[in-house]
Design a protein around this ligand. Structure first.
Ligand SMILES: *Cc1c(COP(=O)(O)O)cnc(C)c1O
Length: 402
């Protein structure tokens, strides 16, 4: 998924435009900026690329989720449903607006299991955040049908799936909002950065104002001084240098995906050599952004043995079951209710009573899937020697466990 592989001349040129004006702020500086509005241009291009009405740039993918939640009115006392396999940022954002995350099982798509989503909806559910993990779409049609039936807004966490589609429509455009990350290891990178897309003009206006201290952007777009404010906001503004990089990276996104698809096919042909291997279910192979290759071995023990052989031969895979940042039972801080607040909020009430407990055994269906899962990141540039190394490692593993 790394856009850093293609980072170079195009980014430099865009950044030079900013350095020539010396204006780093996305608003104001009328004369001095000589018409250069990199963040605004990036937003416009990003919305257009995805086929969305509006885009709001922010400082990170985590903040993108928080801003979307805040503007949808989610707060203390509310529950937000997401999945037990995601990056911690998804539920950090839920806690940050004062709400409580509720986790669903995943299925062989490695994304939200729709049947479990339906079971976890309560009268407190205020939003649903399916995550398009590891570059490929969730069962977004089924999830949207359930959400619509209960009249609950959906925010698609598309941090890992920029450029991905489902039946030709971009991921991130099915729910009320779609959020993206441009951090250092994402498919498109601006170092740090994020974006929210929506078709709803009112949601976009509120996001625009909320992320900019609540400045009234209607009569006075981005202006400073005597204008009013409709509500209390915060500062999550992206700076011009990031906008410049975003423009350059977005222009290369489709090309990155084409290269990844080719490399993924080559890697899959090697992985196929493992006895009993099966691959992650893709809801739309055409729309896969192909940033990761995910496969299952017949048992946990088999996956561990195979990965040890792969590691010994220079081709170790990622075992997300062991990863402390992406998988529910491994999130020790949420399991242990660890917080920096003296009061213990949000895990404890004001009277000190536990208000929410996360049991590591809660998601047995996900454990069955995750324990057998191995994953490779698919690079944009895959040298022939590296492919040969992977292939040789697979043959060794196949011979030993066969
Ligand atoms: C990276 C990521 C985020 C957060 O993005 P940052 O820009 O790093 O804050 C959110 N959700 C998922 C699924 C991610 O992978």
């Amino acid at each position: 998924m790394p856009g850093f592989e293609v980072f170079g001349e195009k980014e430099k040129q865009e950044i030079l435009d900013v350095l020539e004006t010396g204006v780093l702020f996305r608003y104001e500086f009328g004369e001095q900026r000589k018409g250069v509005y990199k963040v605004r241009t990036f937003e416009e291009k990003f919305a257009k690329y995805n086929g969305a009405g509006y885009a709001q740039a922010v400082t990170s993918g985590t903040v993108a989720l928080k801003v979307a939640l805040a503007v949808l009115g989610v707060g203390p006392g509310d529950e937000v449903i997401t999945q037990g396999f995601t990056f911690v940022a998804t539920w950090e954002a839920i806690f940050d607006v004062g709400a409580i995350p509720v986790f669903t099982e995943i299925d062989a798509t490695l994304n939200m299991a729709p049947a479990d989503l339906e079971k976890k909806i309560t009268e407190k559910t205020k939003a649903i955040i399916p995550v398009h993990m590891l570059g490929s779409g969730a069962r977004i049609d089924e999830i949207m049908a359930i959400a619509d039936k209960h009249n609950i807004p959906v925010i698609e966490d598309t941090a890992q799936a920029a450029g991905g589609t489902w039946r030709g429509k971009h991921l991130g455009t099915f729910g009320k909002c779609g959020t993206f990350s441009f951090d250092a290891v994402k498919t498109m990178t601006t170092g740090e950065g994020g974006m929210i897309i929506t078709d709803d003009e009112n949601i976009w206006r509120n996001m625009s104002e909320y992320h900019d201290h609540g400045h009234d952007h209607v009569p006075n777009p981005g202006g400073r001084g005597g204008e009013g404010s409709s509500f209390i906001g915060f500062n999550y503004r992206m700076m011009e240098l990031q906008g410049a990089m975003g423009i350059a990276q977005l222009a290369q996104l489709d090309g990155m995906i084409v290269a990844q698809k080719e490399n993924k096919t080559a890697m899959r042909n090697s992985v196929r050599k493992l006895p009993g291997v099966t691959f992650r279910t893709l809801v739309d192979e055409e729309g896969d952004s192909a940033t990761f290759l995910a496969f299952f071995l017949p048992s946990r023990e088999n996956a561990q043995i195979v990965n040890r052989i792969l590691q010994d031969n220079g081709a170790g895979a990622i075992s997300f079951a062991e990863n402390t940042w992406h998988y529910y039972p491994k999130w020790e801080h949420i399991i242990n209710s660890s917080t920096v607040t003296d009061s213990g909020w949000p895990f404890k009430d004001q009277d000190g009573r536990r208000r929410v407990v996360y049991d590591p055994q809660n998601l047995p269906g996900s454990a069955e899937i995750m324990n057998r899962l191995l994953v490779y990141q698919v690079p944009i540039k895959l040298p022939e020697e590296r492919l040969q190394q992977i292939d040789a490692a697979m043959e060794k593993a196949a011979a030993e466990v066969g």
